[in-house]
Design a protein around this ligand. Structure first.
Ligand SMILES: *[C@@H]1O[C@H](CO)[C@@H](O)[C@H](O)[C@H]1NC(C)=O
Ligand SMILES: *[C@@H]1O[C@H](CO)[C@@H](O)[C@H](O)[C@H]1NC(C)=O
Ligand SMILES: *[C@@H]1O[C@H](CO)[C@@H](O)[C@H](O)[C@H]1NC(C)=O
Length: 499
């Protein structure tokens, strides 16, 4: 019976994969991105200047959405993630009285053909664009999204890889600067590559449905007082209420960095926050990944029956890092209370691990409570992980890491070979970049002097000019006797053989 069950699961898994793939292809063809599945979009595609790229247009068709997104993100514009389709041309047209009747009909037509459901969820567009971009463009997109303070995709759903892709390489370029409270007095700061910074990670997931927006609650937790910001896309945003067709299963990540102000900082140290889209029951791989990397896991539950209980009680080893966020129903249903009690015993939880969100709960108080729960962990030497550690965990679970592709690996190998030689930067420059050193500076000085000689030329100046010219020839001769140094040969062969 066991193997039969496993077989059935396997078959279900396969069917699901095929469904996913079909949905993915459907989205790509809606967005007119199909041709970029094999020939990926590159940074150069975006840097091309054309009348189109200069126009500040709104997206009119689904096919415009990827380009709207890409152009806006390059311009660091806050409206980047708006996937509503505009009907700008219709509005701009001056309508005469005679035409009004006809225009009314047009308007009705566009109402019947509801433009909102015509569009796509912003995260679907984001996933599709990323999966059609080469790794350098991905890096650029994520860096710019980070500058806009948008949450970033950490784990892409399993669409073009069997188990999803962890975006490590895509975040390599991001550098953060902050002032932890330990440096507040000295007014020092830390500046580090984001992927190398160890931080506690707090994950937010849901089991079953959730009647309020988890993403919006997260935004409230991360926003400084009186400066609400949409880090995560939530259902009240433009097109945020549409179903997520391919982004279901996406894990997003965002960060909080303190600026050293004890009064206004929410947390004294950097923290990472991840947000799984979709139900953990259908995304168990993502859930196990998050379980392994998180310092704290907050599970939103509205219904607890035998089925949910079975899944949650299997988290025994995870122990006390699990918190539950229960909705009002939890207290009303007797059944649910029974399962909750069993769960609390099984997982050895204390009262503080149960958080309640009732219809009468004050949202500000709930946010405060969650912040203090998160804040407590930064005070203790709890586990901190870097993105590189997360990648290691992903590999163990069979999740593809973007950086493990051959292209990145061979480039990285080249870089390591070159940089391994650099112990002392000044010395390396002197020896390997000889022509750029003193010799280069002298040449530049002589050339400058030559340019400065003005007419009318006196005999004295003529003599000076020919002296300078002779000097220049001698300098060039000296330059030419040097062969390419090893460092340069390595560098040239590196850039020549890589794509
Ligand atoms: C961002 O894009 C929107 C929509 O095209 C535009 O109206 C707005 O002016 C842009 N904002 C900035 C700061 O350029
Ligand atoms: C989103 O885009 C639509 C269509 O261009 C526009 O009407 C709407 O105002 C935009 N929303 C925001 C919040 O910028
Ligand atoms: C930190 O940020 C807060 C709010 O953004 C600001 O009021 C405060 O002056 C900043 N403090 C420092 C030390 O920069």
């Amino acid at each position: 019976q066991g193997t039969e069950g496993a077989n059935r699961n396997n078959k279900d898994g396969k069917r699901e994969k095929q469904l996913n793939l079909r949905t993915f292809q459907g989205i790509l063809s809606k967005l007119k991105l199909k041709k970029y599945r094999s020939r990926k979009l590159t940074l150069r595609d975006l840097q091309r200047i054309s009348p189109e790229s200069l126009k500040d247009w709104t997206a009119q068709t689904l096919g415009d959405l990827p380009w709207y997104f890409l152009r806006k993100v390059m311009a660091l514009n806050g409206t980047t993630r708006n996937t509503s389709l505009g009907h700008g041309e219709l509005e701009d047209e001056a309508v005469s009285e005679d035409e009004e009747e006809l225009d009314m009909e047009d308007d009705f037509f566009s109402l019947n053909d509801p433009c909102t459901s015509d569009s796509l969820h912003p995260l679907d567009v984001l996933c599709a664009v990323l999966l059609c971009s080469d790794s350098f463009l991905q890096q650029e997109i994520l860096s710019r999204m980070s500058m806009c303070q948008f949450a970033l995709p950490l784990l892409l759903p399993a669409l073009d890889t069997p188990k999803g892709t962890l975006m490590l390489w895509a975040m390599r370029d991001i550098v953060k600067k902050w002032r932890p409270h330990s440096l507040a007095e000295s007014r020092g700061f830390r500046e580090e590559s984001l992927v190398l910074t160890a931080m506690p990670t707090i994950s937010f997931v849901r089991l079953g449905s959730c009647s309020f927006s988890k993403s919006k609650l997260l935004n409230e937790i991360l926003s400084p007082s009186q400066q609400y910001h949409d880090f995560f896309i939530h259902r009240d945003m433009e097109s945020g209420n549409l179903p997520q067709e391919i982004a279901d299963g996406l894990v997003e990540i965002s960060w909080y960095f303190p600026n050293g102000s004890k009064n206004s900082d929410l947390f004294p140290e950097p923290i990472a926050v991840t947000n799984l889209h979709g139900d953990i029951e259908s995304h168990q791989l993502q859930f196990s990944f998050l379980m392994k990397v998180s310092t704290l896991m907050i599970i939103f539950v509205e219904r607890l029956s035998e089925r949910e209980y079975a899944l949650l009680s299997s988290l025994k080893e995870a122990g006390t890092k699990v918190y539950f966020m229960l909705s009002s129903e939890a207290e009303k249903s007797k059944d649910m209370l029974g399962f909750l009690k069993k769960l609390v015993l099984d997982l050895k939880l204390s009262k503080s691990h149960l958080l309640f969100k009732q219809s009468t709960t004050n949202q500000a108080q709930l946010v405060k409570k969650l912040r203090s729960t998160i804040g407590r962990i930064t005070k203790f030497p709890y586990r901190r992980v870097t993105m590189e550690d997360m990648a290691e965990t992903a590999r163990e679970l069979g999740i593809q890491v973007d950086e493990d592709c051959e292209e990145c690996q061979s480039a990285s190998k080249c870089v390591k070979e070159i940089t391994a030689e650099i112990k002392d930067v000044a010395k390396y420059k002197r020896e390997m970049l000889r022509l750029q050193g003193d010799l280069g500076k002298t040449v530049a000085k002589v050339e400058k002097e030559l340019c400065r000689i003005r007419k009318p030329r006196t005999a004295h100046l003529e003599k000076y000019e020919s002296e300078l010219k002779e000097k220049l020839v001698a300098l060039h001769k000296e330059k030419n006797q040097w062969d390419l140094t090893d460092g340069l040969v390595q560098f040239i062969s590196g850039i020549a053989c890589l794509s």
